[in-house]
Design a protein around this ligand. Sequence first.
Ligand SMILES: [Zn+2]
Length: 270
Amino acid sequence: MIKSIYNRFYSDFLLPDRLVEMQRIIVAAKENGYKHLTLPEYFDRITSTSKVETSNIFIHRHDIDTDVKTARLFYKLEIQEGIKTSYYFRQTTIDITLMKELHYDGFEVGYHFEEIAQFCKDKKNYSSVFVRENMNEIQDIFLRNLKQLEKDLGFKIQTVASHGDFVNRLLKIPNHELITDEILKTAGLRFECYDKRLTESYSILCSDNAYPQFYRGMSPVDAINSDKNIIHFLSHPRHWRSAPLENLNDNIQRLVEGLSVKINKTKLNG
Ligand SMILES: [Zn+2]
C-alpha cells in the first residue's frame, strides 16, 4: 500500500523526463525498417482494394489525457525524427494552436471523446440503465461537441478515439459504445480507433504505463526486436515527464469525481 502510494507520488511529481526513451523507440523502429504511419494512412492501406504494402508498420497514437506541454515536446521530437503520428485531445486538453500546427504538418489530429462518462458525472447518475435510456441525448452531445471543435479548429476532424475513464469501468460501458455507423456517417467521421478492422489487424497493441512498470505487456522496442509486423503503440504524456501542477489538478479532480460517484451510487442503491 505504502509502496504504491510512493510509486504514484514519484510518477506524478518526481518522474524524470523520459523523452530520450521515446526517441530510442522511434530510432529503433526506423533502424529496423519500420515505416511510421498515422492511423488514417494505415486505415487507407488495410481498406484499399489495390494491393498495398502492409508490413513493418509502426503506428504511434498519443492520447492527450493531460499535459499539453509534454504533447508539444512529443511533436517537436517527431518533427526532428521526420515521422508522423496521431494525436487525440480531450475537452480538457484541447489546444487549438498546437492542434492546428500538428494538422498542417500532416499529423493526425482527432477528438478523444468521453461523452458517456461525462454525462453520468454531470447528471450524478452512474447506472448503466440510465446510460442506455439516454443514449440518444449522449450522442447528440457528442455531435455538438465535435462540431464546435471543428468550428474552432477551422478543419474537419476525420477520426476519434474513445477515452477510458474510471466511470466507464464502473458502468462497464466504454465511451465508444455511443459510436454507431449512423453516428459516424452523420458526423462525417472515417472511423473510431477501437474499430475492429483496425484493432484486429495489429500484430501487437503496446501501451505505456505508470512507473515503475513503464509498459503494459511488451515494450515497443521488444516488439520491434521480435519482428512484430504491425505495431500499434499508445502513449500518454503523464508517463513520460512529470507535470506536478497538472497532475495535482487531475488528482484533485479524480478525488472529487470519485467522491461524487460514491455518494450518488449509495443514493441509487439505497
Ligand atoms: Zn484517454
